[in-house]
Design a protein around this ligand. Structure first.
Ligand code: AMP
Ligand code: TRP
Length: 335
């Protein structure tokens, strides 16, 4: 038996490429955790249909997301990488958990409130409301001890713990209460053009976002054009110099050099040299991932085969959890 603590996380296939925020805030952390933990990572395609989408795009983006995860260093020999919809137990457990969730409890989730406001109350689907319950099922199916996520997901983790606790209280000790694993080292990566806002696929302008699969020349151009602040000093100061602060944090995260050490290194130097170094660090990190992603995407059959293998491993764990859950809840055995 594997005695390492279990980890599960998921990422939505909602863009053609991950961006620097996804990479530093999620993907790179997943890669780092794959040896010390018994890790399950999924592309959450069922979550991606809670808002308007195109089937052809979903198929393409799901493959691209999986390919990028593998290209970034997730190794199917060392962790389990799979696609959520390949494991039907995710939707099955969601139903059970939905019946334990209060209407008020679900409607209070801030991500639901934000998104339903954006799409309009009547245009918002019931799936958007139950999105966090599907996420709870993702986590509870695998008895995850830790869930690496961004701070914005804390509320969903709280709901997951509440549901697990409620289940255990009502039907007997069955589900494991997960802990959020929020990476402290990486601050929020902000938009290059609007450095007080989060870098985000839904709200950033093309000039404000750095995609993992972007051409090096385009990455360089965007970084050289990134908004810097008045003054010439290269110093972290979130209030007065959010642009420079963001670039310092990016360089620090990619180079492993602390921000104060970088401030010392660039003392008396202009923004130009500094930005060039940031650009080179980003290109150096992304170019090999881009190359490997393209290779993986060139052989769809092999990529799909790797994902089937991941799904087989995931299903074995998920099916066992659902069998116990159903028994505790009073469903008849299937023979
Ligand atoms: P999203 O695509 O926004 O749902 O984010 C997917 C993952 O990337 C989550 O774990 C987020 O916390 C992380 N993430 C997204 N944007 C950023 C950002 N600007 N800075 C740091 N992490 C981010
Ligand atoms: N809601 C998460 C996000 O927006 C994605 C997600 C779905 C997830 N299922 C998960 C994250 C399970 C962690 C664990 O980032």
């Amino acid at each position: 038996m594997d005695r390492r603590p279990r980890v599960l996380s998921g990422i939505q296939p909602t863009a053609a490429s991950f961006h620097l925020g996804n990479y530093l805030g999620a993907v790179r952390q997943w890669v780092e955790m794959q040896d010390a933990y018994d890790a399950f990572y999924c592309v959450v395609d069922l979550h991606a249909i809670t808002v308007e989408y195109s089937p052809a795009e979903l198929r393409r983006r799901t493959r691209r997301a999986a390919a990028q995860l593998l290209a970034a260093g997730l190794d199917p020999e060392r962790c389990t990488v799979f696609v959520q919809s390949h494991v039907p137990q995710h939707t099955e457990l969601t139903w059970m958990l939905q019946c334990l969730t209060g209407m008020g409890e679900a409607s209070r989730m801030t991500q639901f409130k934000d998104k339903s406001q954006r799409y309009g109350e009547s245009a918002a689907s019931v799936g958007l409301l139950t999105y966090p319950i599907l996420q709870a099922a993702d986590i509870l199916l695998y008895h995850a001890d830790y869930v690496p996520v961004g701070v914005d997901q804390k509320q969903h983790l709280e709901l997951t713990r509440d549901l697990a606790q409620r289940f255990n209280h009502r039907f007997g000790e069955t589900l494991t209460l997960p802990n959020p694993y929020i990476m402290q080292a990486v601050q929020k990566i902000t938009d290059l053009q609007e450095p007080t806002a989060k870098m985000s696929k839904s709200s950033s302008s093309p000039g404000g976002i750095l995609d993992v699969l972007e051409e090096p020349s385009s990455l360089r151009k965007k970084i050289m054009r990134a908004v810097t602040d008045t003054g010439t000093e290269i110093k972290a100061d979130e209030e007065n110099k959010p642009g420079v602060t963001n670039l310092l944090q990016i360089l620090s995260a990619l180079s492993g050099t602390s921000v104060p050490d970088l401030e010392k290194r660039y003392e008396g130097q202009g923004y130009g040299t500094f930005k060039k170094d940031v650009a080179e660090a980003v290109v150096e990190a992304f170019a090999p991932i881009r190359e490997r992603t393209e290779k993986l995407l060139a052989d769809e059959a092999e990529l799909d085969r790797l994902l089937v293998e991941g799904a087989v491993r995931a299903r074995a764990v998920a099916a066992e959890t659902v069998a116990v859950v159903k028994d505790r809840m009073g469903f008849l055995p299937q023979g």
